[in-house]
Design a protein around this ligand. Structure first.
Ligand SMILES: [Zn+2]
Ligand SMILES: [Zn+2]
Length: 605
């Protein structure tokens, strides 16, 4: 850093430091983006004088800044809209052109308070009060001054490739009791190519948004305002996909040595006191219900229910492992602000299972689990993962030896099955180590799906044991695991991954039959019935729309096979089939077509 004489509006007499970094690549993307946030804030203040500043950090894909805008003639704070963004960008360009240096100063806290008071910056003042040091750090460019630890780029001219993206409401410090500010999101990159590639990806994300596609395809509905946010109504087209997934999961688990169980959605609060959820998980649970003077709670997890099923009889080491599987619907109190389509909801169904085993069986069980995780995720088309193993945290229960055995079991299993993983030291839950697996989607995004978790806690809380070969009763080890996680969320990921074009085995409608005229409707239904009889999902478009329109409609609805029938087809007992993506028409007899569908289904299976 170089010492220079300053001309700062805040404290003209103090020493000023300018970051001496002329090579633009010497700072990271975060620094570039955070600098862009300052430039955006100064543009907003210029365009809307009287705007008060919140905070403006760099985030994963860009930056934001929160603003409290002055009131307009109607007495309400002015609202920034998408239409304002080009104007703000234009102003930012001007600031970039001027190439103002970012000037860093360390000034007396009192001086800073005085300065921000003079500008009526109440949010900044609140932040300053919380700084323990007597000096505070500020950055200035042109006449814009911000309380900030930095670092920044040298000058505004270095922020060349940026774009403002969206506007959202955001409570000051994320708390609903505080005033709502307006947040502008943007992004910045070192090169134009990177910025363009990112904007293209954003377009693709928008195109694949599962909420938009689900509305177009009639998959699910959430009555956010009217009947409660985060609660999913599965429409028939979405529900059939869920049913296919559920059937697959049930059969898969039965084949892999699991037993299917069901547990109630509500239970007396005593269950949740015993499990510890009432104490440690209460912020995600809905309030008590009064039932005949007794307190009841709705379940946020399936685990205690499975424990009670295990507890219903005595077990010997010879009986273990016991594996219970449930498509268990749970309800969690998520703040309405964090809910998002199917990705974050208040009621959802987990493909949940609990394994009860001896300490000696843990490694073998984990190995089996990893094997089936990969099989299931592959089945849905996900082949790349990011895996984390979280180990013993500062606060934990159980003895260290037990933890080490479990952690080693997880490690050994991951290595045996040749899965790459990272260790997240100290990030395990207090009751045991865990493996988290994220899947990579078509856009390269990672989604949390599978979890495998060792638990030393619940068996002790519920006093569940097994008899050892020497006749002693020992606590059983419990493994929690979900493969897809939440069916709702997984469905959302599937829709976005496939852009709504689900593979044949999952498509809600696999074949649409289009009679070219009313005369051929009967034949169309005859074909449909033959396919239905073979368990395919088929619809007939018997509307009196023109054929071109019917084809377009089938394409919009992303139907994998479109079969046209007319005089020629009826006479030869055939169908003329085109696929969603290819216009080439192939003529099949019904038997040939059934063979083809079965083959494709089998490959997918
Ligand atoms: Zn800053
Ligand atoms: Zn569990």
């Amino acid at each position: 850093m170089a010492e220079v004489t300053g001309s700062s509006p805040v404290a003209p007499m103090v020493k000023i430091f300018i970051l001496k970094m002329n090579d633009t690549k010497k700072y990271d993307l975060q620094t570039l983006r955070h600098s862009a946030a300052h430039i955006m804030a100064s543009a907003v203040v210029e365009l809307f004088p009287g705007t008060k500043l919140g905070i403006g950090p760099a985030i994963e894909d860009g930056f934001y800044y929160d603003f409290d805008l002055p009131k307009d003639e109607t007495g309400k704070p002015k609202k920034i809209t998408l239409e304002d963004l080009p104007k703000i960008e234009q102003k930012m360009q001007e600031i970039v052109q001027k190439n103002y240096p970012f000037i860093h100063e360390e000034i007396d806290k009192n001086k800073a308070i005085e300065f921000f008071q003079s500008r009526n910056e109440k949010y900044k003042l609140e932040l300053i009060q919380e700084i323990p040091d007597q000096k505070v750090s500020i950055y200035t460019h042109n006449n814009f001054v911000d309380l900030c630890r930095g670092p920044h780029v040298n000058s505004t001219g270095e922020v060349k490739y940026f774009k403002l993206l969206s506007v959202a409401g955001a409570y000051w410090r994320g708390c609903e009791k505080n005033p709502q500010l307006q947040r502008i999101y943007g992004t910045a990159f070192f090169t134009k190519e990177e910025l363009d590639a990112y904007l293209k990806k954003l377009e693709e994300i928008k195109k694949r948004d599962h909420r938009k596609l689900a509305a177009e395809l009639g998959l699910f509905k959430i009555y956010e305002e009217e009947f409660g946010p985060g609660l999913v109504f599965w429409l028939p087209k979405g529900a059939i996909v869920r049913k296919i997934i559920e059937d697959y999961l049930r059969n898969f688990h039965l084949k892999n040595g699991y037993q299917i169980v069901y547990t109630p959605h509500i239970a007396k609060s005593d269950l949740w006191e015993l499990s510890g959820h009432a104490k440690f998980y209460s912020e995600y649970m809905y309030p008590y219900m009064d039932v005949e003077g007794q307190k009841y709670l709705i379940k946020p997890m399936n685990c205690p229910g499975h424990v009670l099923i295990y507890k219903s009889q005595l077990w010997s080491y010879r009986d273990l492992p016991i594996r219970y599987f449930e498509l268990g619907t749970v309800y969690r109190y998520e703040r309405s602000g964090v809910l998002h389509g199917l990705m974050r909801v208040r009621g959802f169904t987990q493909d949940d299972a609990h394994i009860f085993c001896t300490p000696q069986q843990v490694e073998e069980e984990i190995l089996k689990l990893l094997d089936i995780v990969v099989k299931v995720l592959n089945k849905f088309g996900f082949k790349e993962y990011s895996i984390k193993l979280s180990t013993r945290p500062q606060k934990y229960i159980g003895d260290i030896q037990q933890w080490e055995i479990a952690e080693n079991a997880l490690k050994t299993a991951l290595e045996k099955i040749n899965l790459k993983y990272e260790i997240d030291p100290g990030e395990g839950v207090f009751y045991g180590p865990k493996i988290d697996l994220k899947i990579k989607d078509a856009l390269g995004r990672f989604w949390q799906c599978s979890t495998i978790q060792v638990d030393f806690n619940l068996p002790q809380r519920f006093d569940i044991k097994y008899r050892t070969p020497t006749g002693k009763d020992e606590y059983v080890i419990m493994l929690h695991r979900a493969l897809l996680g939440s069916l709702e969320r997984f469905f959302g990921v599937l829709i976005e991954h496939y852009c709504g074009i689900l593979p044949l085995w999952l498509a809600p409608v696999q074949v649409k039959i289009l009679p070219v005229a009313e005369k051929y409707v009967n034949y169309a239904y005859k074909v449909r019935n033959e396919l239905l009889y073979q368990n395919f999902r088929v619809e007939v478009d018997d509307s009196d729309n023109r054929l071109q329109y019917k084809i377009r409609d089938a394409i919009i609805n992303k139907i994998p096979y479109i079969a046209v029938v007319g005089e020629k087809e009826e006479k030869s007992n055939t169908i003329s089939v085109r696929t969603l993506s290819e216009q080439t028409i192939v003529v099949y007899t019904i038997e040939e077509f059934i063979k083809k569908l079965n083959l494709e289904n089998n490959i997918e299976n």
